[in-house]
Design a binder for this molecule. Structure first.
Ligand code: GTP
Length: 506
């Protein structure tokens, strides 16, 4: 397929708004799967945990063939998790796309329907990457559906005119045929030459891992060099690490010698292919395509998500910018009850990390300091501190740990978005203030009764009962999403109280 016959898309949706159902319907319509007796296959939900809990956790992808106005197109659907805990996976999936379907439950404007904070957050991430977006208002088969009201909400909030909104029922199939046509006509094909691909990849790491002078260096390089982004990886017991890749330029085929630029190691490509819907080997993967590559990698350290794959003979090119590094959100020290089980524990954690890149484990090179007394002494010559980081925020004071009154505690601040009917604004502000929140922004969604509050809150505050209080105080109407505000390098030293008293007596 030449690039102009390819579309790479994601579906952005709040949990339960019908993403898996729509994906199944699109796969049926394109003949990628046949309609089963039970109807809904939830094909994209491959992992056991996903099937058991009915939620999408990891990004999955599937390639579909669709004939539009007599021409055949390849549509790659890169699934994204809708759950609030998986925003890192979402931003990676978006990196492989040029456009998105924004799926919104239009069954009626109440507790969990309509545009939700999570969808708004993913919409912002997609816009930052410059992706084109088609709103799809779902569940219009239900008698109480009010797609016009939701359409107005989307127009006012996201500034996408109603003429571009599709009214559908993923369950019954009403209007779904228009979705594929709109994907082909309204979403751009992948740009693989000239300024197009440089512009797309420059926006990959919204937040800025683009190296200074990267675009100028790309200008001097050939367009058809292999530049493939590793979007995700999973482990196969027999073949080792399988990498899900998006080829921005060049091509890759079986037998090629390739290298991930971060490690510089060389590998031979043993298999390439697409998901249709299972792994289907192909002769090659070309610029603009999404697929998998197997090349005898035994562990994940060899295939870093966000790294650039290129041919081993290619030297000294500017890598793709990749993704913002993932921030750890939950920290735990894990010990076996019986010290003899240590090796078993290590193996078990090793297996867990093989299929879940969001779990990171370390052997003591980086330490979270939860009490100032544990901060290393400056005269301790046995330890060399490379640098110290602390949680960043608009106003450090209010994110200080109440126990030790220092900002060293792992109380990572987050930026929260709360969308709520205006009647509940007071309640929501009170709730955020009780949880040491700092107001960042406060806007109204025109022509609706909704307001969007942005707050900075310590992560520790939202980790407990915050979400259930938010729901109960807003009678279920508030929706909530957050992203971490991150850590930044800081010039911190340990100060003893005896020095402080000497200073004050001077
Ligand atoms: P995650 O995978 O967790 O993100 O959820 P999801 O967004 O994929 O939702 P899913 O497709 O599982 O749909 C949630 C529920 O809504 C299921 O019970 C579906 O049958 C139902 N549903 C989806 N689309 C429609 C629709 O168009 N009409 C009606 N009536 N129900 C729908």
């Amino acid at each position: 397929f030449p690039p102009e016959k390819i579309r790479n898309i994601s579906i952005i949706a709040h949990i339960d708004h019908g993403k898996s159902t729509l994906a199944d319907r699109l796969l049926e319509m394109t003949g990628t799967i046949t309609k089963g007796p039970g109807g809904n296959h939830q094909v994209l939900d491959k992992l056991n945990v996903e099937r058991e809990r009915g939620i999408t956790v990891k990004a999955q992808t599937v390639s579909m063939l669709h004939t539009h106005k007599g021409e055949e197109y390849l549509i790659n659907l890169i699934d994204t998790p809708g759950h609030v805990d998986f925003s890192y996976e979402v931003s990676r999936s978006l990196g492989a796309c040029e456009g998105c379907l924004l799926l919104v439950d239009a069954s009626h404007l109440s507790t969990t329907e309509g545009l939700q904070a999570q969808s708004l957050a993913v919409f912002r991430a997609a816009s930052a990457q410059g992706l084109a977006i088609i709103p799809c208002l779902n569940k219009i088969d239900l008698p109480h559906a009010s797609p016009e009201a939701i359409s107005q909400q989307i127009e006012e909030t996201l500034r996408i005119p109603p003429s571009q909104h599709l009214y559908i029922s993923a369950k019954s199939g009403i209007g779904v045929d228009k979705v594929l046509g709109a994907v082909i006509e309204n979403l751009p094909p992948p740009a693989t030459t000239g300024a197009g691909w440089k512009d797309r990849v420059s926006r990959l790491s919204a937040g800025g891992a683009l190296r200074e002078g990267a675009v100028e260096r790309w200008e001097k390089e050939e367009d058809d060099i292999l530049r493939a982004l590793i979007v995700d990886t999973y482990y196969d017991r027999f073949r080792g690490v399988v990498s899900l890749i998006r080829i921005f330029t060049g091509s890759i085929k079986k037998g090629d010698k390739i290298t991930p630029m971060a490690s510089g190691k060389r590998y031979e490509v043993l298999d390439v292919g697409v998901f249709h819907p299972e792994e289907t080997p192909t002769d090659s993967l070309l610029a603009g395509q999404v697929g998998y590559v197997v090349c005898n990698m035994k562990n994940f350290e060899e295939a870093n998500v966000g790294d650039t794959l290129t041919h081993a003979t290619t030297t000294d090119i500017e890598p793709l910018p990749g993704f913002k590094p993932m921030q750890s959100m939950v920290f735990a020290g894990v010990f076996p009850l019986d010290a003899q089980d240590f090796q078993k524990l290590e193996e078990a954690i090793g297996r867990l990390t093989l299929n879940d890149r969001s779990v990171v484990y370390k052997d003591g090179t980086e330490e979270i300091i939860s009490n100032p007394s544990l901060f290393p002494e400056s005269h301790d010559k046995t330890m060399r501190i490379d640098h110290v980081e602390e949680p960043i925020g608009e106003e450090q004071v209010s994110t200080r740990c109440l126990a030790c009154l220092l900002t060293l505690c792992p109380i990572l601040p987050v930026h929260a978005t709360i969308m709520v009917p205006q009647d509940f604004i007071g309640e929501m502000m009170e709730l955020c203030n009780e949880h040491r929140g700092i107001e960042l922004e406060y806007t109204f969604v025109e022509a609706t009764d909704r307001a969007v509050l942005r707050y900075q809150l310590p992560l520790s505050e939202i980790a407990t009962e915050f979400f259930s209080s938010l729901k109960s105080r807003s009678k279920g109407y508030a929706s909530f999403d957050y992203e971490d505000a991150g850590y930044a390098a800081s010039d911190l030293v340990k100060v003893h109280t005896q020095y402080l008293s000497q200073e004050s007596s001077r």
